[in-house]
Design a protein around this ligand. Structure first.
Ligand code: BGC
Length: 752
């Protein structure tokens, strides 16, 4: 069982980096100590320790640390992995045993310990629900606990670098990797991913933050050039990353595949040297994505600190070529030393020297299954619930479950983040079988879990492939639970937002036969729902992870009161999007093209607001089996900062968790959109219970970024503070507040 004690420690660790937050298993490992290794002295700062070891390193040793190997064999290149890499892993960077510098063992990533490639050798582990599902919890403690859990599995498997921390903004609902990220709002996405990174790093390992930046679609990801102006970038995608960085201090930042305003992200002086290292004062190191390094001199001088998985690049840029470039002065020795200082300092700072990893650690899979279940239970969103269909009664007699392989498992997303289930794939032989496949169903059967909730009921399964047969069976049921799925994965975007494989027709036919139909969606991100007016109840389950079947059943039967809220708007159709047709041609992967972000910072709900378009479901939407009332909205300005308080009361009959959202909106000055999310809370209330919520709005969310002066400017004037249930909530409470003019630094402090 996942003990209460662990969860309390985990929550405390959100706010602290003390040794109490260490993985207890790690404490037994002996630190590297030797009189000849003065950097082993833990009383020195990470900077001092890094300098001491750097002084002792030869040029060849230095070059080892900036040069990453792929951790798996590449059959198509007839290439064997580095002998010391952990088999089927993402990467390996040699250490310097002479000096006690540990090697870096890198694993994907954000949902758990992944395996490159599949087959009988796949490493098994616990998978969190998708990143979007965790974002849908709006619960920082849950995100932290999930991070701490997967980080502990990484450590126990021998990894000290986790390539997690995906925070690319959901600009493009068809993006095949949205399931790895945290939605469309900079504050929500940045905060959730930061909590996860902190959880991972509490295990004395490094987490990345990725993919820096504008890797917002997979179509043409290796060649596309994302075009966006500086101010819009800093108020959208970069702001999400800045928040994530400020709140979690990830050891590494992974630069992306694509180009940004002309230059590849991994040789982009603007992104790496100016924004990240200068403006944000980032002290960690930049590693490239696998195959994202395109040069030696330009990359090194533009801020790349470590080439990853060199086998994916055209040539080993940061090996002999870098040595030569330093020798002939194209790259300064000081720049190479700076790469080393960043890498070594981070390794000291995050605990890689003092808490060495070893494989073969014990993993409490049963406890971890409960951590991921709790995440799923908070992230599943009740989108619609008419006619009191949900929660289902435990004494129901006849339940028909249709589709989605719900008899055996739940779906996950494909690509490098794929965690292989304990016990193997629930469904074998699905296409695509090769990367980013295989299509993996975790063996957490919703059907079995539903049966456990209603032991007396006759529960029948139908695959849903024959519409007529499914509808006929549905007609005889007291209730129908219909599972619809959309598989997406890395390197592949959804070509459309429609559910694939005729599932819209299946839903329409089954619902027509029996209106007591609950639709459960397992999708990578937003999908369209042409049948929404007719269907009474819809549950968005995302990819719900290792214990997803159990989580879904417990919500269906009211064992858990749903409390997930959408981290992204669900459009009614593609025609509502800034780009009704996705840029690029998937059949011509080599062909360069531009993706012009003409919408600038007007992303997600901001776009729908600005264009006065009503989406299918707004950002922030999510229903509960109880009701909440808001009162006493008040806002004050203290030392220039906007403080907001209000009361939330559970007015219903059962316990539940609410996500009250505060949006801010200027009355006179013009922003990129009418309103922005300024803050939220997740409150757990017993029936009749009330709680007062106090929030402080990050002042940058009240200003506009000014590129010329690199400041945030808040215009003097009246601002609306809106307390809402979601971004489309029109019956909101609202107060006005007068703000003085302010000029803020990049970090949101008053400019002197
Ligand atoms: C992905 C990264 C991943 C890396 C290593 C790349 O294809 O874009 O997110 O960390 O592979 O597996």
């Amino acid at each position: 069982m996942f003990s209460k004690k662990i969860s309390v420690i985990a929550i405390a660790c959100l706010f602290s980096a003390t040794s109490a937050c260490a993985n207890p298993a790690a404490e037994s490992n002996q630190p590297v100590t030797s009189a000849a290794h003065p950097w082993a002295n833990k009383t020195l700062t990470a900077d001092q320790r890094a300098d001491l070891v750097l002084k002792e390193m030869t040029q060849d040793e230095k070059l080892k640390l900036v040069f990453g190997h792929f951790g798996s064999n590449m059959a198509w290149k007839n290439h064997q992995k580095h002998p010391d890499a952990i088999p089927h892993s993402a990467g390996y960077v040699e250490g310097v045993p002479r000096l006690g510098v540990p090697a870096q063992f890198q694993t994907d990533a954000g949902l758990g310990v992944a395996t490159q490639g599949s087959g009988p050798t796949a490493r098994e582990g616990t998978s969190l629900p998708s990143g979007l599902a965790t974002a849908a919890t709006w619960n920082l403690a849950t995100a932290y606990q999930g991070g701490a859990m997967i980080g502990s599995e990484a450590r126990a498997t021998g990894f000290n670098v986790m390539l997690a921390g995906g925070v690319n903004l959901l600009r493009e609902p068809r993006n095949g990797r949205n399931f790895e990220y945290a939605g469309e709002d900079p504050l929500l996405a940045g905060s959730i991913v930061a909590a996860q990174i902190k959880g991972i790093q509490s295990n004395h390992i490094i987490s990345t933050m990725k993919h820096f930046a504008f890797n917002n679609q997979e179509t043409g990801r290796f060649v596309l050039d994302a075009k966006i102006d500086d101010a819009s970038a800093r108020m959208s995608d970069l702001l999400a990353m800045q928040f994530a960085l400020e709140k979690s201090d990830p050891g590494s930042v992974m630069c992306a595949y694509n180009r940004v305003n002309g230059a590849y992200a991994c040789e982009n002086d603007y992104l790496l040297n100016q924004v990240l290292k200068t403006d944000w004062s980032y002290r960690g190191y930049v590693m490239s994505d696998w195959g994202a390094t395109h040069s030696t001199v330009a990359a090194a001088n533009s801020g790349l600190d470590q080439e990853s998985g060199w086998e994916f690049d055209v040539t080993p840029y940061f090996s002999g070529a870098l040595k030569e470039a330093v020798a002939n002065g194209f790259v300064a020795q000081a720049r190479l030393d700076n790469m080393l200082r960043r890498i070594l300092r981070t390794m000291f700072d995050k605990g890689l020297f003092d808490h060495p990893v070893a494989s073969g650690g014990k993993i409490d899979y049963a406890a971890h299954a409960l951590v991921t279940q709790q995440d799923a239970e908070e992230g599943i969103v009740l989108l619609k619930n008419n006619a009191g269909l949900l929660p289902l009664m435990h004494d129901i007699k006849k339940i028909v479950v249709i589709g989605g392989y719900a008899d055996v498992g739940i779906l996950s997303g494909g690509g490098s983040s794929q965690v292989y289930p304990i016990g193997g794939l629930a469904v074998k032989g699905l296409e695509p079988a090769i990367w980013p496949g295989p299509v993996v169903y975790h063996p957490s059967s919703p059907l079995a879990a539903i049966q456990r909730q209603a032991p007396q009921a006759q529960v029948t399964y139908n695959a849903g492939t024959d519409l007529k047969a499914a509808a006929k069976l549905a007609a005889q049921a007291d209730v129908v639970v219909l599972f619809a799925t959309q598989w997406v994965g890395e390197a592949l975007d959804a070509t459309t937002l429609s559910l694939p494989s005729n599932q819209d027709a299946l839903i329409a036919a089954v619902n027509a036969a029996n209106p007591k139909t609950v639709v459960v969606l397992e999708t990578g991100g937003p999908v369209t729902m042409p049948w929404i007016k007719q269907v009474n109840s819809v549950l968005q389950a995302w990819y719900p992870g290792t214990s997803g079947g159990e989580a879904i059943a417990r919500i269906l039967f009211g064992k858990v009161n749903p409390s997930g809220h959408l981290p992204a708007s669900f459009p009614a159709s593609e025609s509502q999007l800034p780009r009704p047709v996705l840029d690029g041609d998937p059949s011509k992967p080599e062909q360069r093209f531009n993706v012009t972000y003409h919408e600038g910072a007007t992303v997600g709900y901001k776009w729908f607001d600005a264009k006065k378009i009503t989406p299918l479901f707004p950002f922030g939407h999510g229903l509960s089996y109880t009701q909440f009332a808001y009162s006493g909205l008040n806002s004050t300005v203290k030392e220039g900062n906007l403080h907001v308080s209000f009361k939330v009361t559970n007015t219903g009959k059962i316990q539940g968790k609410d996500v009250p959202q505060v949006y801010v909106s200027p009355s006179a000055s013009k922003w990129e959109a009418p309103k922005r999310l300024g803050g939220w809370d997740k409150v757990d209330l017993l029936p009749g219970e009330s709680k007062t919520v106090n929030l402080v709005v990050d002042p940058r969310l009240l200003g506009m970024y000014d590129s010329a002066t690199k400041t945030w400017r808040i215009a003097a004037g009246t601002y609306k503070v809106i307390l809402a249930r979601d971004a489309g909530d029109l019956e909101t409470s609202m107060v006005s507040v007068k703000l003085p003019a302010r000029t803020l630094t990049l970090q949101g402090k008053d400019k002197k």
